[in-house]
Design a protein around this ligand. Sequence first.
Ligand SMILES: NC(=O)c1ccc[n+]([C@@H]2O[C@H](COP(=O)([O-])OP(=O)(O)OC[C@H]3O[C@@H](n4cnc5c(N)ncnc54)[C@H](OP(=O)(O)O)[C@@H]3O)[C@@H](O)[C@H]2O)c1
Length: 249
Amino acid sequence: MKTVLVTGCSSGFGLEIGRFFLAHGWKVIATMRMPRQDLLPISDHLKIVALDVTSPESIRAAVETAGPVDVLVNNAGIGWLNAVEGTPMEIARDVFETNTLGTIAMTQAVLPQMRERQEGVIVNVTSSVTLKSLPLLSVYTASKAAVNAFTESVALELEPFNVRVRIVLPGRAPETRFGDTARSRIQQQGGFPEAYSSVVADVFASWEQQSATALTQPVDVVEAVWRAATDPSCPLRIPAGVDAEALAV
Ligand SMILES: NC(=O)c1ccc[n+]([C@@H]2O[C@H](COP(=O)([O-])OP(=O)(O)OC[C@H]3O[C@@H](n4cnc5c(N)ncnc54)[C@H](OP(=O)(O)O)[C@@H]3O)[C@@H](O)[C@H]2O)c1
């Protein structure tokens, strides 16, 4: 039986990825900042483990508790939408600390066992915003583009050890609580700078015009992660969702 460790399982894509792998006979290490036992079906194959990807001590303890891991899914992430002028450096650091450095730190923590076994897969969840730039997403996009670049280099370096590394690029998925969490963080920081109000209005208007059928569903991301984990012939970059697929062509 194979084991997958997923970061950020308390909601959204991470929760659905955990549920799917469990239903398909995998052992699942579902990691969460605030562990909850009531989110996933009760199973002998499920272990809920505390993990904050920005904390070295939390990473060390989680990886030790997890034991051997065949597939690591670096899914945990935070969003941020604002002009660069409206982005406090503290926020920029938080976004990179979670999205970029969290992914690097988890890769470092799980890699030695995979290299020694000469087997393993690492799947990094980034975003379709790295395929087509949008205004107000400079810091978030930079944090995810850095993961793309990191993954592409590390994929080459790990080939001799039979460790595969893949990128899943979801499109816009308003169904998860990602947008709400980002929105409340923006409100807490005082909103958007006045000078950018027409840019902000244009961005929101373009999202309102986006048809519901042109969005990404959590199931699209689950299927892309499953493919990355189980199909050695799949490409390095896997767009997830109709909007992401349209940008990737
Ligand atoms: N939804 C979209 O439109 C979209 C599009 C493209 C890419 N993505 C990416 O997809 C991934 C999942 O997002 P989602 O849409 O499923 O959003 P979500 O529902 O907000 O889930 C994000 C998860 O990351 C966790 N997390 C945040 N900071 C963490 C930390 N320091 N350590 C460990 N876990 C942490 C959250 O845990 P808490 O409950 O503790 O906050 C939550 O479980 C993210 O990497 C995001 O950037 C999302």
